[in-house]
Design a protein around this ligand. Sequence first.
Ligand code: ZN
Length: 260
Amino acid sequence: MPLDECPPYGGDRASIRDAMERTRRWAERSLACHRRPGQDLYGIVQGGVFPELRRESAGHLVSLGFSGYAIGGLSVGEPKKVTLDVVEETTSCLPKEEPRYLMGVGSPEDLFECVARGVDMFDSALPTRTARNGALFTALGRHNIHNACYKDMDRAIDADCGCYTCLSFSVAYLHHLFKSRELLAYRLATIHNLSFVIRLMERMRQAIIDDCFVELKDSFLANYRITDEETRILQKRKWLDRSSRTAGEGNGAQDAGIVT
Ligand SMILES: [Zn+2]
């Protein structure tokens, strides 16, 4: 990946354009220097929440000819509908033959919505970050393992999951580990959430092959309880603030945008 600048949500058009043009210059320089055979190089689309900037950024990168295209600068505190609209606008400008990679989006419901809008690949710290906070994914939604209702639950957190955590430990034990702040808790929860997300992507891939993606998406979202928008944005901003402070020297939001 070339370097890119991921400006925080809420910037004015001029500052977003500056970031987009800086990203474009880095893309051009990366392409000019790229020599290693067999190594893909992706262009990164920026442009904030401005559709015309997204189209301009995507159009320019496509004219340069990359082996894949990343969509950056999203999931930085904007409302979810805005994220999805920008994803749709951007993917419509990218070639179908090349992979599209959405940076920083990783909740189960967002994976479905963005695959539906033409995204092939994701990376996100969300499954591991939520795991470390005790939120475990199941087909019904995120479960806060700290809640007292899990204290005596003698079964796996997810009966459909074949991960090491679910095959080996009960919900009650995970609850105990989190309450005791035992380090094993974070590892076990992380193993489960990553397994859940990987399995979900495998199911989506198979459903696309079998031409039943819409049915899978509808049935999943009908059962999955989504974290409400207000809570989600609040959690995200807190995390971005923390990342910004620890990254230092004002580049935290950019770093955060890349890894979330
Ligand atoms: Zn599991």
